[in-house]
Design a protein around this ligand. Structure first.
Ligand code: GAL
Length: 665
């Protein structure tokens, strides 16, 4: 995307929902808004191939030529996200089946089984036609395979999937005894004597085998990845120089794909993000999602492929954005490495299931505050062209993993209240409050660049990944590991000898028993902190207790510990602290390692609610993106030139309430 030479700005464009007269108006408004890239064709299969192997590309030719004529780059979808009715009518066997055996009907979208050869053959044929027709189109900047793989059809339990699952398991385990051992099938009379007896984890009268469920998640992610690869490989054959992507959903609402295994399969990481409307601090979760995206890109730049100008339509209560919020959200993504801000969608639909979803052009048209803000955003992004390709600076690593998420949130655990993503978010939030930028890394990734390593609730971890963390600490880093980490290996088997298993030696404690709390129950610590959800019986084995529980199930037991390990130290948190107290603990860890906030403090704490991230451009220029999420003007300790207002700023100048600055320092 560096070839674009400017920030990508635009969104999903679905002109097929509109009469042709509207198309000219679309181009006029796109020019007015400063749109630079549009995503076309995501759900167009039924119009592009109205009957089997019979194509109607004429309308799409006109759309692409129109966009190119207006100077707008094209992110062209393969159009395979949703099968057309003729396909599901002729081949109902491609429809996905749920765990209870129900075959889902067409009529929504993405109604296809990830393991279906029939679906794949039809999809790949269309991709071949698309690439043949448009591979040389001068406006083509990027291929967009499918859409949000895993949305709606992440898991299919049909017989075709069952056979594919068995094939995947044979590859993984080789021998049936290895599978029986890994799945712990001595339990509940589950021992298999033939591969053919193995099924996906279909609905059973009692809780199913957890390792079977975990492997089915791994298999399902791989099955979709195989489909993505099949489409991508067609594109690469036709157009080896055009980058290929598919839009990820690395965020709170989606945990079904192991994106660490997907990341290297795309030429540029693209991500979709939508605010969790019920969360007043949803912009902090946004920041986490953006940092995960950068992690998937291996620290390189990436692209926000979708977010919303205002409300979505698929949450229980869809909160509309306040004035300025769209700009702040967009700039958060840009601050954290996105080379642009794209949206779903260009023009709000009149019909269909998403008609109440916001868009760049709302139902009320161009004379609206939304469209004026869209134009302002276009101008802001145009001014930020020097940031394209600039690297984000971070000092802290946070180890994050989808497989740990799956294992942590599995049923039949000590409590339903210890959710993986929200636990990660709480630790991340503490860094956000501290004004420190976090790199999200995969378990096992090298940690040599980091003085602080955060390991929130990494329930499932391999011995090798745990060793990388321990070695980094031994070499001088400070780690913070939180409860329910290190407990199980890759087969979801508990490590014996005391929790937290893989990290027991590193943190210098042995946990004998978990003591989860009742709903709404809280405990206090002797440093004044308050905690909920979880406590445990901790015995010191080389660590010192930094704080103890004063009440709850284990009064006087250690709650926060610290152990020296080689040149570094490892902190352990045996409970879930309330956010202000977790902030305090994380700040101690950061202070111990000498990690400074992005905005220099000068004796005063960075203002709460002000986000600052540094990007270093290819020419060495340093840009500080500062976003004021508060309702007050705040003085900032930054000198330089603000690209958005085209004026110099000096330390002590105020950033207005809700405003953004991008300062070349
Ligand atoms: C995304 C999807 C879009 C649209 C959007 C609505 O998940 O890719 O097609 O449905 O959500 O928020």
């Amino acid at each position: 995307m560096r070839n674009l030479g400017r920030m990508a700005f635009g969104g999903d464009y679905n002109p097929e929902q509109w009469p042709r007269e509207t198309w000219a108006d679309d181009l006029r408004l796109m020019r007015r808004a400063g749109v630079t890239m549009m995503t076309v064709g995501v759900f167009s299969w039924a119009l592009l191939e109205p009957r089997e192997d019979d194509y109607d590309f004429g309308w799409l030719d006109d759309v692409l030529d129109g966009l190119h004529g207006a100077g707008i780059a094209i992110d062209l979808a393969t159009a395979t996200a949703s099968p057309p009715p003729w396909l599901t009518t002729a081949h109902p066997e491609i429809l996905p089946v749920t765990a209870d055996g129900t075959r889902l009907w067409p009529g929504g979208r993405q109604s296809w089984c990830p393991s279906s050869d029939v679906f794949r053959a039809h999809a790949v044929r269309l991709v071949d036609r698309m690439a043949t027709r448009y591979g040389d189109h001068p406006g083509l900047a990027l291929w967009h395979v499918g859409n949000e793989f895993g949305a709606h059809n992440a898991h299919c339990y049909c017989d075709v999937s069952a056979a594919a699952f068995r094939g995947w398991l044979r590859e993984r385990y080789g021998r049936l005894t290895a599978l029986n051992d890994a799945w712990g099938t001595a339990f509940w009379s589950q021992r298999y004597s033939d591969w053919e007896q193995i099924l996906p984890p279909r609905q059973a009268p009692a809780i199913g085998n957890p390792t079977q469920a975990l492997d089915f998640r791994r298999f399902s992610s791989d099955a979709l990845l195989a489909h993505y690869r099949a489409e991508r490989d067609v594109l690469r054959r036709h157009t080896p120089d055009v980058p290929v992507t598919t839009n990820f959903m690395a965020m709170w609402a989606q945990k079904d794909l192991d994106y660490w295994s997907w990341a290297s399969e795309v030429d540029i990481v693209t991500n979709d993000h939508y605010l969790r409307a019920g969360d007043e601090d949803a912009h902090v979760e946004l920041a986490l999602s953006a940092d995960i995206s950068r992690g998937l890109a291996g620290g390189d730049t990436w692209l926000l492929m979708e977010h919303s100008t205002s409300a979505v339509n698929w949450q229980p209560r869809n909160v509309a954005k306040q004035p300025g919020e769209m700009l702040r959200n967009s700039m958060q993504h840009v601050a954290r490495g996105s080379d642009g801000a794209m949206f779903f969608q260009w023009r709000a639909s009149r019909a269909g299931a998403e008609k109440y979803h916001s868009a760049l052009v709302p139902h009320a048209g161009e004379d609206t505050s939304t469209f004026r803000e869209v134009c302002d955003l276009g101008a802001a992004l145009a001014a930020l062209a020097p940031l394209v390709g600039a690297a984000v600076q971070a000092d802290v690593a946070l180890v994050f993993d989808w497989q740990a998420w799956w294992a942590c949130d599995a049923p039949a655990h000590p409590t339903v209240d210890l959710g993986y993503y929200d636990t990660v978010l709480a630790v991340y939030t503490a860094c956000w409050h501290a004004g420190v930028t976090v790199d999200v890394v995969a378990p096992g990734a090298p940690l040599t660049d980091y003085d602080v390593v955060l390991v929130p609730t990494l329930h499932l971890v391999t011995d090798d990944a745990a060793t990388v963390i321990a070695e980094r600490v031994a070499a001088g880093a400070t780690a913070l590991i939180t409860c329910f980490s290190g407990i199980v290996d890759e087969h979801d088997h508990v490590r014996l000898g005391g929790y937290p298993g893989a990290f027991r030696e590193l943190v210098g404690v042995v946990v004998e028993e978990f003591h989860p709390l009742r709903r709404a129950e809280a405990v206090t610590l002797d440093d004044g902190s308050r905690a909920r959800v979880w406590t445990e019986r901790v015995r010191l084995r080389g660590a010192e207790a930094v704080a103890h529980f004063t009440d709850g199930p284990v009064p006087q037991g250690p709650a926060v510990t610290r152990a020296g390990h080689g040149e570094g130290s490892a902190w352990y948190l045996a409970t879930q602290l309330d956010q202000p107290h977790l902030d305090g603990l994380v700040q101690r860890v950061l202070d111990e390692a000498g990690v400074q906030p992005v905005l220099p403090r000068d004796g005063t704490a960075p203002p709460a609610g002000v986000e600052a991230v540094r990007r270093v451009a290819l020419d060495g220029s340093v840009y500080c993106v500062v976003i004021n999420h508060t309702e007050q003007a705040v003085p900032l300790n930054v000198d330089g030139h603000d690209l958005l207002r085209e004026e110099d700023v000096r330390a002590g100048d105020a950033l207005a309430a809700g405003a953004v600055m991008v300062v070349r320092t």
